[in-house]
Design a protein around this ligand. Structure first.
Ligand code: BES
Ligand code: ZN
Ligand code: ZN
Length: 514
């Protein structure tokens, strides 16, 4: 299994802010704060007005995620004070705390601090539900500490960044502390899942190809107590999963379909008569997308190791389902292929009889995601779940339509869509509802097969979604296009560049709310 690069433990402790021993005590301040907030006054007094002085000098503006370190506190138990900007007070959201926690742990990592006390919420005059606060702080801290350094030799690693780091959420009220602790436990599971998805996503295509991804899935499943079946190319052929096979036919690394099942402990003891899953999650895992014969220009191929991120998300979400002991049955399906041109690859014009029985004409070998999802979704539908959810880096058009700020959300079922939109708010992983339907479907008419795989440049994310919709057998289904969200080249104060794990917390919030 992939070894986690960084271990972060988050707990909560009831304590006076001035009395908690730690390498650093982290506090938040809004923009345009002129006077030291009441809750920080004792600290200011003990440090002989260090916070007052900082505000007076104007060095610290309180802009979101801005950081200032204070060292003059011989009288406080913490060795340093770190002030983190919380931005505009009117714009405050739970995600403000999540980001601030990430910015703080990243800054602390840079100077090698091993024990961080977080009291970012103490400045708020009307703090949100403390359990949610604990969750957001833990998520921000753990996601913030992630870096991908599997291939950095010693000299190029940030040697100061400690392997293990202890984080304590501090509050002086016992009930609040208990709630923070409970939230932190939940946030830890979600954030660790997000980091697992990122770690798999960041691992390059020479290291992770379909068979290897399947091994990682099996290892992750085994340690979480899940069952995991892997169908290799021979088994896929036996099962008529010809669409997955077609896309995988160009690579020497043969395709796999990974099926991970989570059964709640209660049902293991007394199985239901109907053992259909509540939810089936389907994640696109193209371990590398060259475009195939319709080869991508080099610049567009650069980051195509990230074309497996939907599948990585699903593997990580499944492990979290077990850790959270969810009451629902959940199945994760990950079709894994490498899309390469070769003497054996599939071609434009090929017609494939998919697992569902529907025939499809390949119009562009670079539109491979929808092809492998066609088989995986049709298989998902045979399991007769209450809902099918797929997540995929599906279309470049979604990047153009929504930019790096929203994933595309498509659904044939309004209540499922609302549930996902609701979860998206809590997770601060934004999605934007886009249309599909018959008019888009008509763009994929062809004489030679039931439908072709692409519908031209116009509304290309919507036609892709409409194509997928043909394989779910009318079941309630939603599709999340994360092409723009799965990876980023932008380093942020609270998160490093690379795989983002976008969708992991969103889908887990959705499952938790069921
Ligand atoms: N994996 C890509 C989509 C993608 C593009 C993800 C950019 C992340 C960033 C997908 O397989 C693809 O190549 N789609 C084509 C479809 C087209 C040929 C109809 C696209 O969107 O350009
Ligand atoms: Zn492609
Ligand atoms: Zn792709």
């Amino acid at each position: 299994m992939l070894k986690t690069c960084q271990t972060t433990t988050v707990t909560a402790k009831q304590s006076d802010l001035t009395k908690l021993t730690a390498d650093v005590l982290v506090l938040g301040l809004f923009k345009n704060t002129t006077a030291v907030p009441k809750s920080l006054a004792p600290l200011d007094r003990l440090t002989k007005g260090a916070i007052t002085q900082l505000l007076k000098l104007g060095d610290f503006t309180g802009d979101a995620n801005q950081i200032s370190m204070l060292y003059a506190q011989a009288n406080t138990a913490a060795q340093r004070l770190m002030l983190v900007g919380l931005g505009d007070k009117k714009a405050f959201k739970l995600d403000t705390l999540r980001q601030a926690a990430g910015a703080a742990t990243r800054a602390a990592d840079n100077i090698g601090l091993k024990h961080i006390a977080l009291a970012l919420h103490k400045t708020l005059t009307s703090p949100p539900d403390p359990q949610r606060v604990g969750q957001a702080l833990a998520e921000g801290a753990i996601v913030g500490r992630y870096t991908y350094n599997d291939f950095l030799t010693q000299q190029n690693q940030n040697n100061r960044s400690p392997k293990t780091c202890r984080i304590t959420l501090v509050d002086d009220d016992p009930a609040t502390t208990r709630a923070l602790r409970k939230g932190a436990a939940l946030g830890t599971v979600l954030a660790q899942a997000q980091n697992l998805a990122r770690h798999l996503g960041d691992t390059p295509a020479n290291e992770i190809y379909p068979a290897v991804l399947a091994r990682h899935a099996q290892a992750a499943a085994r340690s979480a107590g899940l069952t995991c079946k892997v169908y290799d190319d021979k088994e896929l052929a036996r099962r008529n999963m010809n669409a997955i096979l077609a896309v995988g036919s160009g690579s020497a690394r043969k395709p796999r379909l990974i099926e991970i099942t989570y059964t709640p402990a209660k049902e293991k003891k007394s199985p239901r008569t109907n053992n259909a899953p509540d939810v089936v999650l389907v994640g696109k895992a193209v371990t590398f997308d060259s475009g195939g014969l319709c080869i991508k220009p080099s610049a567009s191929m650069d980051n195509m190791k990230y074309d497996k991120c939907g599948g990585c998300d699903v593997i990580a979400i499944m492990t979290a389902c077990a850790q959270l002991k969810l009451p629902q049955r959940v199945v994760g399906l990950i079709p894994a292929v490498e899309n390469l041109p070769s003497a054996t690859c599939f071609r434009p014009g090929d017609i494939i009889r998919t697992y569902s029985g529907k025939t499809i004409e390949i119009s562009n070998t670079d539109a491979e995601g929808r092809v492998i999802l066609a088989d995986a979704l049709a298989y998902a539908a045979t399991l007769k779940p209450k809902a099918i959810l797929d997540i995929a880096t599906l279309t470049g058009a979604c990047v153009i339509a929504l930019g790096q700020h929203n994933a595309g959300l498509f659904s044939n079922n309004d209540s499922l869509r609302h549930a996902i939109q609701n979860a998206s708010q809590n997770a601060a992983e934004p999605v934007w509802h886009l249309p599909m339907g018959d008019l888009y479907l008509q763009q994929m008419k062809t004489k030679a097969a039931d439908l072709k795989t692409t519908g031209g440049r116009e509304g290309a994310s919507c036609t892709a979604a409409a194509f997928l919709g043909q394989f779910v057998n009318q079941m309630p289904w939603a599709h999340i296009d994360v092409a723009a969200m799965a990876d980023t080249t932008k380093e942020l104060p609270y998160r490093t560049a690379g795989a983002t794990g976008f969708g992991v917390r969103l889908i887990l919030e959705y499952l938790l709310n069921l």
